[in-house]
Design a binder for this molecule. Structure first.
Ligand SMILES: Nc1ncnc2c1ncn2[C@@H]1O[C@H](COP(=O)(O)OP(=O)(O)OP(=O)(O)O)[C@@H](O)[C@H]1O
Ligand SMILES: [Mg+2]
Length: 375
């Protein structure tokens, strides 16, 4: 522990004798002859204890005590008072002085006062370290707990998802098996189709889980948003055409460049566009099937708006939308899409806003700030 003492007295003799005495006891002593000098020296040396005469020309001991306590409440102070100056001693205590000694100074009394003060300083330091340690331990424990519970949740959901897929696989294998026994070629083919489809889904699911589990860092690049969006649109256009869905692009031509991780934003947008497409093709109502892909901006954000005239969602679906492995598409969906999309958008400091009317369609608005703070 740093044991620097600032000694303040206008009498040179006292400064000298006390300095020698204190240094003999193993303290480092800095001395000043008045309040102003003492304050400067205090700021420079940051002593843990100040011993000051109370009566000095200019700034007196009480004022010095007040100023120092204001700057550094933990610095201890021993006041040297004249014999019988009880009132001043009381004022010193009121100003948070740790102790007072009277002139003429009895070194034994001083030594006891010093021991008391440094014990107090040591105690406070230990308490502070203990509290900090405790806070750190509590923080670590909470982190571990959160990690474990999300891991548990994840494992539970993965097992649930895999169980469903394995049931699909069993079904396919059964068809193949009995097809062979009965030499029924179409049944073998049907079963084999199911097996291939399910294996595909398992592969996609495992890849998605790996993507999620890796918590990979984003690869930031400055991207021209307009041509980035054009690329996405031309990738999805053929799929829309096959399903006879009108696909409309509504791009703000004045959008410039933005720093994003293009790979991950690309897959987030594709999933949301494919969901919109699925919602249209699953819709049995006789109506125009249409998906609008809007790319807009406001002063602070880029907005990707994906609007479909598909099935829409009931309240339950709306509430579970982003949940890991929630899917209403049976064997055609794993329910990882929006869960991961949301993670990606959040990593960019953005958000996804959903509105939907059952039977009429849904709109997803993805908002990404133009200046991302966390990279
Ligand atoms: N545009 C939409 N219209 C209606 N329902 C939607 C829409 N987007 C998402 N949903 C609902 O949210 C569910 C979850 O979507 P999510 O993308 O996470 O999974 P998924 O599409 O079923 O499977 P995948 O993991 O292959 O993407 C969907 O199954 C569907 O019920
Ligand atoms: Mg999806």
């Amino acid at each position: 522990m740093k044991k620097i003492i600032l000694l303040v007295d206008d009498e040179a003799d006292i400064r000298e004798i006390l300095s020698l005495f204190l240094e003999d006891l193993g303290y480092t002593v800095v001395a000043a002859e008045n309040g102003m000098d003492a304050l400067k020296l205090f700021r420079k040396t940051q002593p843990s204890l100040v011993i000051s005469d109370i009566k000095m020309p200019g700034m007196d001991g009480i004022e010095l005590l007040r100023k120092i306590k204001l700057e550094s409440p933990d610095t201890e102070f021993i006041m040297i008072t004249g014999h019988g100056d009880m009132e001043l001693a009381i004022i010193s205590f009121q100003g948070q002085a740790a102790d007072f000694i009277t002139k003429p100074i009895n070194v034994d009394v001083l030594e006891i006062a010093l021991k008391k003060v440094f014990d107090k300083i040591l105690c406070r330091k230990m308490l502070q370290e203990y509290t900090e340690n405790l806070e750190r331990l509590i923080r670590e424990k909470t982190e571990i707990q959160n990690h474990l519970s999300s891991l548990g949740l994840m494992i539970g959901s993965i097992s649930h998802g895999l169980k469903g897929l394995l049931t699909g696989l069993d079904g396919g294998m059964y068809l193949v098996d009995s097809g062979f026994t009965k030499e029924n070629q179409p049944q073998i083919q049907e079963g084999w189709q199911i097996v291939k489809l399910t294996v595909d889904r398992i592969r996609k699911m495992v890849l998605d889980i790996l993507y999620y589990a890796k918590e990979r860092d984003l690869k930031w690049e400055t991207v021209d948003i307009l041509s980035f969006s054009e690329d996405i649109a031309s990738g999805i256009q053929p799929k829309m055409d096959i399903q006879k869905i009108t696909f409309i692009k509504d791009f703000d031509p004045s959008i410039g460049a933005l720093e994003i991780d293009p790979g991950s934003i690309h897959s987030a947008l594709i999933n949301i566009l494919e969901n919109a497409m699925d919602a249209c093709s699953r819709d049995t109502a006789e109506k125009q099937k249409q998906v609008i892909f809007g790319v807009k901006q406001n002063p602070d954000h880029i907005l990707f708006q994906i609007t479909d005239t598909g099935t829409g969602m009931d309240r339950e679906t709306r509430e579970k939308l982003f949940t890991l492995f929630f899917s209403s598409k049976g064997s055609k969906g794993t329910g990882l899409g929006l869960f991961i999309s949301q993670k990606i958008i959040a990593q960019h400091g953005g958000s996804i806003h959903v509105s939907s009317v059952p039977g009429h369609g849904s709109q997803f608005i993805i908002k990404i700030p133009k200046t991302t703070l966390n990279h």
